[in-house]
Design a protein around this ligand. Structure first.
Ligand SMILES: *Cc1c(COP(=O)(O)O)cnc(C)c1O
Length: 486
């Protein structure tokens, strides 16, 4: 008979692995310290891409070789959102503190679905901090999720449970959901519509309320839409305002939306994916006036709060309602007065995920290492850079601003004097952004505002400085001149 042999995946030689680990850590510190010298982005060459077609390995590899493969074939070809000249979409930059905390969390490998353990307490503490920040009452609940897309969906589910009662969890929408209607602005993120799709209410139940000239929800139009739907015998139940829209960072008039929602008995939700974190800056917080009246807020720590991906969060005013939306008690998750199965309610009682990573730790580290004030200063700093960019765009006759600058996003375009058709100007600007991305100089993205293609610069990164904005503008001018000379 064969001797039982060890099948552990731990190393035979811990000291060799320890050295290897230190080299990996040093490489990431070097990467972060020297970021600005790198191109923001470069497309992976075909031979690098081809390496990722190799079949499942039957034999193990040396971790030093894998580390080298990461340094050569993965790290240089990421999208570059840690780079100070990355201005695309709304991406957070991360911090070295967040990176270290993520390593600690991975080492501990806590499953934060529940049970009596301090990692759950860390998550609860972050939830209490957020309740404090947004002036929510003591009974509020908070939950880490992947991102705001998921957080918005959870808010829709809690609102659905409030409107239709606990019974909806068994009966379902097919029996109880007729006539439900929700509202958001025409500038809302598409994940609001997706949330209605995924929850079975359906995208066609979402009314897209028109915008005012500041790209904010027109609350008179909101009132009219609710009145018309009530008149038609429908059941308005949910309004999602946006604090920081994805196109222009516009903030819906939250206090007014709260008034209209509550006057009509609707759930008032705020999608504050990045914008809600403006609350950390005493200078910016007044712009979010009325957010404290929300029934729920969805936001990301991984955007403006710089926590490494992913770290979405949902905060719900009525924590008991939130729990009743998800809590179930299968026999294998029974709670006990003693032992590890204590400490109820658990995070898994507040959302669809049972196994959950320790996202709270990197957030807990970030908020404490920097403190709320310094985080707020970094956020306010990106808004100051946006104003600087808008000023520089205004001084250059070749460019025009396409939307007011509400926070940290600037939308503008090259006017391309001499090009007569709108299509030509749109194509030119789209090509210019692709040129700039491919040159690795800076990385804005594109959007369309009132039918015009816009160069969209979202400044989310705490590392961005004036020289990065200057490089963006110089790059655009140089590449535009090159294009116009063709
Ligand atoms: C980014 C964003 C979302 C989606 O958030 P994820 O974390 O990517 O799921 C939703 N709404 C707004 C306004 C956003 O900026």
């Amino acid at each position: 008979m064969a001797e039982p042999t060890s099948t552990t995946l731990d190393p035979a030689d811990w000291s060799a692995l320890r050295e290897q680990g230190h080299r990996m850590l040093d490489d990431m510190f070097d990467y972060l310290e020297q970021l600005r010298e790198r191109p923001v982005w470069q497309q992976a060459p075909a031979d690098v891409r081809a390496k990722f077609q190799a079949p499942l390995p039957r034999e193990g590899s040396d971790i030093a070789d894998l580390h080298r493969a990461f340094m050569n074939d993965v790290l240089p070809y990421a999208v570059g959102n840690a780079h100070p000249a990355f201005f695309g979409w709304v991406h957070g930059a991360g911090t070295p503190v967040g990176m270290l905390a993520e390593m600690l969390a991975a080492g501990l490998n806590a499953n934060v679905g529940g049970r009596d353990q301090i990692p759950v307490e860390v998550e609860r503490q972050v939830a209490r901090w957020m309740a404090e920040l947004f002036r929510f009452p003591a009974g509020a609940s908070g939950l880490f999720v992947t991102g705001t897309s998921m957080a918005n969906m959870i808010a829709v589910l809690v609102a659905r449970r409030r409107t239709l009662g606990l019974e909806v969890r068994d009966a379902g929408l097919a029996r109880m959901g007729a006539g439900l209607v929700a509202y958001t602005s025409a500038a809302a993120h598409d994940c609001i519509a997706q949330a209605l799709d995924l929850t079975g209410i359906g995208r066609s139940a979402l009314r897209l309320i028109p915008l005012d000239d500041q790209y904010r929800m027109d609350t008179t139009a909101l009132e009219q839409a609710i009145a018309a739907d009530l008149q038609a015998g429908l059941r308005p139940f949910f309004v999602a305002a946006t604090a920081g829209t994805v196109d222009t960072a516009a903030i819906d008039p939250l206090r007014r939306v709260a008034d209209v929602a509550h006057a009509n008995g609707l759930w008032f939700h705020v999608d504050g994916a990045f914008g809600a974190m403006a609350m950390l800056s005493p200078d910016l917080a007044p712009l979010l006036d009325g957010i404290d009246r929300a029934d729920s807020i969805a936001f990301d720590f991984h955007k403006w709060a710089q926590v490494p991906y992913d770290a979405g969060f949902v905060l719900v005013r009525d924590g008991e309602l939130h729990r009743q939306t998800f809590a179930a008690a299968p026999r294998y998750l029974k709670r006990e007065p003693r032992g590890m199965a204590g400490g109820s309610p658990w995070p898994c009682d507040f959302g669809p995920d049972l196994s959950r990573s320790f996202r709270a730790l990197k957030t807990w580290f970030t908020l404490q290492a920097y403190g709320a004030d310094r985080m707020g200063e970094a956020i306010a700093g990106t808004c100051a850079l946006a104003r600087y960019l808008a000023g520089e765009v205004g001084r250059r006759p070749a460019f025009e601003l396409l939307a007011p600058v509400a926070l940290n996003i600037v939308c503008f375009r090259h006017k391309v004097a001499g090009r007569v058709s709108d299509q030509d100007v749109d194509d030119f600007n789209a090509a210019l952004v692709a040129d700039l991305q491919e040159a690795g100089i800076a990385a804005p993205s594109l959007t369309t505002l009132k039918g015009k293609v816009a160069i969209r610069v979202a400044i989310v990164n705490h590392r961005s400085e004036r020289r990065d904005i200057d490089a963006l503008l110089a790059g655009l001018e140089m590449l535009a001149a090159r294009r116009l000379a063709i």
